[in-house]
Design a protein around this ligand. Structure first.
Ligand code: SF4
Length: 86
């Protein structure tokens, strides 16, 4: 076992690179979202799949707007700055 830090790949979502820590962080942020503002599961998966295929994604951050995509995609009011998902 090594103590070297994990460097996520450019196309990684942060949930994939840091599953336990980041999922806990995302869950804590999403818990603050009003239920009527949360994206449904299918839409959330579709949005993140578009981000994973997007040239603007860099280690979980959208270089088009600077957001953490796993948080932005969870809010149904949000939109992709390049209209790759709504
Ligand atoms: S929010 Fe839009 S532009 Fe940004 S990474 Fe996702 S698909 Fe790409």
């Amino acid at each position: 076992m090594t103590d070297q830090p994990v460097t996520p790949c450019r196309r990684c979502l942060l949930m994939e690179a840091f599953p336990a820590d980041y999922r806990k962080y995302v869950a804590s942020v999403l818990a603050t979202l009003r239920p009527d503002r949360k994206t449904d599961d299918e839409t959330y998966r579709r949005r993140l799949a578009a981000c994973k295929a997007c040239e603007q994604l860099d280690r979980g951050t959208c270089m088009g707007c600077g957001c953490l995509v796993e948080l932005r995609a969870a809010d149904r009011r949000q939109r992709c700055p390049y209209s790759k998902w709504i």
